[in-house]
Design a protein around this ligand. Structure first.
Ligand code: HEM
Length: 166
């Protein structure tokens, strides 16, 4: 007898700061216990969690809800770690796996999907910039045949558009 209630398995979507806090707390709980990533936060960077967590609430609240409350420099924060520890593809992939898992455990919906996409985009940008390597999303080796074909069409169109018309 469920009446009009959603099925017991339905998860909420992100609604605002409260859900962002829940997500960030759960995510860093996992990260700190993770063999590949935990020590980077607690031993290498010696993160002050009392200030890092509220900063991350503001970061994600700004990304998803346009709150404008984040002040920081993510690129510099991560670049600083490169000479101190491994900040390669395996670390970023692990970070993303934990992030996606946390979102999927707690939330479902458009914003939940969007925050995972944002995280993926930013992970690729941060990873490639701090290591001075191409963004893996655009490495021709990682493109599907369909993407390769589509992108080459874009390039042709862009080249045509750049021609002065006769
Ligand atoms: C290998 C993956 C990653 C590791 C090991 C890592 C680690 C760290 C560490 C140690 C800090 C500094 C905390 C402090 O000193 O207070 C930090 C800051 C931060 N991280 Fe990450 N991070 C990773 C990936 C990401 C990704 C993919 C994002 C975005 C989607 C992200 C967003 C941020 C932001 C917004 C800050 C705050 C920057 C600031 O203080 O201005 N991180 N991260």
């Amino acid at each position: 007898m469920n009446g009009d209630n959603p099925p017991a398995t339905a998860k909420p979507d992100l609604q605002g700061r409260a859900e962002i806090e829940q997500l960030v707390n759960a995510f860093y709980g996992k990260v700190r216990k993770d063999e590949m990533l935990g020590f980077i936060f607690d031993d290498v960077a010696k993160v002050d969690w009392e200030s890092h967590l509220p900063k991350m609430y503001s970061f994600w609240e700004t990304v998803i809800f346009g709150a404008g409350t984040f002040r920081g420099n993510p690129m510099a924060a991560h670049a600083k770690l490169v000479p101190q520890t491994e900040m390669g593809l395996p670390q970023f992939q692990r970070w993303l796996t934990l992030f996606r898992e946390t979102v999927d455990t707690l939330f479902e919906g458009e914003r939940a999907a969007h925050i995972k996409n944002c995280a993926e985009d930013m992970a690729n940008v941060i990873y490639s910039r701090i290591n001075g390597v191409p963004d893996p999303r655009f490495d021709p080796a990682n493109l599907t045949p369909e993407q390769r074909e589509r992108y080459s069409r874009y390039r042709e169109q862009a080249a045509e558009a750049a021609q002065p018309s006769a």
